[in-house]
Design a protein around this ligand. Sequence first.
Ligand SMILES: Cc1ncc(COP(=O)(O)O)c(C=O)c1O
Length: 363
Amino acid sequence: MIEQAGRVMSSPYMQWAKTHLQARFNLASSGLLNYPLSKLPVKVEDLELSGASYYGFEPLQKALAAKSDVPTEQVVAATGTSMANHLVMAALIEPGDEVLIEHPTYELLISTAQYLGAEVKRFSRPQENGFQIDLDEVARAVTTRTRLIVITNLHNPTSALTDEETLKRLGEIARRVSAHVLVDEVYLEALFDDAPRSAFHLGEEFVTTNSLTKVYGLSGLRCGWILARPELAKKLWHLNDLFGVIPAHSAERLSCIALEHLGEIGGYARHLLETNRELLNAFYATRDDLDFVPHRFGTVSFPRLKRGRVDELCRLLVEKYETSITPGRFFEMPQHFRIGIGCETAMLKEGLERLNRALEEQG
Ligand SMILES: Cc1ncc(COP(=O)(O)O)c(C=O)c1O
């Protein structure tokens, strides 16, 4: 990890992800396989290279606001959930502030908070409890210096769902110390028609982030957004002037088209995930060397290897079986690994078969 004057300046996980997702059987990705441009009904007249995009592109702002059921002034467009998370943290954290982050979590949330000079504290999401949030532990960890509580919903790496009741109680804990709750909801839409409303609707302390990247396989659009109260939203827009200023306009236009067709894109994703989930659960049923929570929704699963070393398993898988999974060390749980099920069904089937063989070989 690169540091400068004691400050985190890089993400080991992102470096690994960018260089290890090319395996022939890729079960390491957390999103859906790429949705091709050829399947979007795009006419060249719909596109333009530059246009009236300043504090958002109005048609996109309107589409995101309608989708999220909020007024447009509560939507801040961002370059993916990545920049959305960065902006929220940069706007809400001062160096030395305490930030409380779930464990395990998506590594970038930790490194971004550390880069911004936060003092990061953790609360656990134990497997014995289905990786649910332990509110008592959060209440004990919060102090008057806590400015932000951070969770992912669905949870990365486990896909656990945090229900509204728990979210509301998390909001109450934050309110007591005038902190915000950042809920990264990039996987929430993997519940499709059953998806609950955004946590943003649950109270003033909530800020949420999202994008079309994961569940719709539309990473290349970098269409992310933040839901925030108007005053914070304004601060976020102005802070973004110091970073990306404006996004690629053609991507904004394509995002509008994708949002118009999200029903079809989501229908395809839902079908794929349902089929693949059955394969994953059938695989789990054959393995007594894995501790797992049966997969119910979402795009990823996080089993624990009962015997042997995960890093060794990952090496064997890549070198002999051309298959990649994500080592649990990137989630600070080295006996676990993450499997993504958003790939083509044939790839998942073959990848699981190869994982089976590698597990047998490792004994
Ligand atoms: C929880 C979480 N948030 C954000 C991201 C990044 O999303 P985006 O591609 O929209 O920037 C990821 C990617 O893996 C993620 O797992």
